[in-house]
Design a protein around this ligand. Structure first.
Ligand SMILES: [Zn+2]
Ligand SMILES: [Zn+2]
Length: 320
């Protein structure tokens, strides 16, 4: 299969030709091509329009609307059901980012909450109230969130217990991050499994088991260990980040990836990158190397703090 290298502003990701063709079919991108036969790849140059995937029958679409220590929110769409995992930006900014992928707040169907830290929750209450959205949250996390305000359609889940929403089976699983009861999620449907794991603390066996056999994986890649070590953060903060209740480094996350990647993995999102202690190119290279070592070649998409990421858009699963 030919590889295509795709450059969007500062973003860099490697995309299978098949995925890209599907992506272009449903997008309004204006692009030009340059074939380089000697390198056996196609370079896409000169993007003239902002990334926009218009409303359509996308069976699976994933986009990191924001990712990093100043706000996290992920759009997951499966078979017409559109969920946010966390809403750490303001409601207004979340809706602005949604508009860059062709959606509005009213197109959402619900919000899942991982934990109560400020970079994950600021927009939940306003969005839920404005669009009458159900919010799914752990009971203890809810108690730790006095500023959530009144949400009319609130559902408590327990980690380890799968619940259903529309055609989806949603499984929250515990992580060791320093919040009252933090979780990651897997979302399963007839379109396959999507795994979401950020703010991990340490990569436990439970997390590795949960993330197996995913079609799309959103994985924390918070820091480069060397950059954190040499960076300007105070010692206590460095200790917190490195601790078993902090965040995963690129290296730790790659160890987790080694245990979970398989031939069916189509896209790997790198999330919660520190702007101070990580670098998108470095993280992308580190994970690409790990995937190559494992003999797999999924699309890698890197989440950004200041703009929405590239969308992963997949066609329906083929049933033979
Ligand atoms: Zn956190
Ligand atoms: Zn966080």
């Amino acid at each position: 299969m030919k590889q295509i290298f795709f450059k969007d502003f500062e973003l860099f990701s490697t995309i299978h030709k098949f995925s890209l063709q599907e992506y272009l079919k449903s997008s309004s991108l204006q692009i030009s091509f340059h074939e380089n036969h000697s390198l056996q790849h196609v370079v896409i140059l000169g993007i003239r329009a902002p990334l926009q995937v218009m409303k359509g029958n996308n069976r699976v679409r994933v986009c990191l609307l924001a990712s990093g220590s100043r706000g996290n929110s992920t759009l997951i769409e499966v078979d017409g059901c559109r969920l946010l995992i966390d809403a750490g930006l303001s409601g207004v900014e979340t809706e602005r980012r949604l508009s860059t992928v062709g959606l509005a707040g009213e197109d959402l169907h619900g919000i899942l909450v991982t934990h109560e830290h400020h970079d994950h929750v600021g927009g939940i209450g306003p969005l839920a109230r404005r669009h009458n959205l159900p919010v799914f949250i752990d009971r203890q996390t809810h108690t730790a969130l006095p500023k959530l305000g009144k949400v009319a359609d609130l559902h408590h889940f327990s980690s380890g217990e799968t619940f259903s929403f529309q055609n989806l089976s949603i499984s929250p699983f515990s992580t060791t991050h320093d919040a009252v009861n933090p979780v990651g999620f897997t979302i399963e449907s007839s379109e396959g499994k999507i795994g979401f794991a950020t703010d991990l603390g340490i990569p436990t066996r439970l997390v590795a088991e949960q993330l197996k056999n995913c079609r799309v994986l959103v994985l924390e890649a918070n820091h480069d260990e060397q950059m954190l070590q040499n960076g300007s953060y105070p010692w206590s903060l460095k200790q917190r980040i490195r601790s078993r209740h902090g965040h995963l480094s690129n290296h730790e996350s790659c160890l987790l990836l080694k245990e979970t990647c398989w031939s069916g993995l189509e896209a790997l999102f790198l999330a919660h990158l520190s702007e101070e202690n990580n670098c998108p190119d470095l993280a992308g290279e580190t994970f690409r190397q790990t995937l190559t070592d494992c003999g797999h070649n999924p699309e890698i998409i890197i989440g950004r703090q200041r703009c929405a990421s590239v969308c992963f858009v997949a066609s329906p699963v083929m049933v033979s």
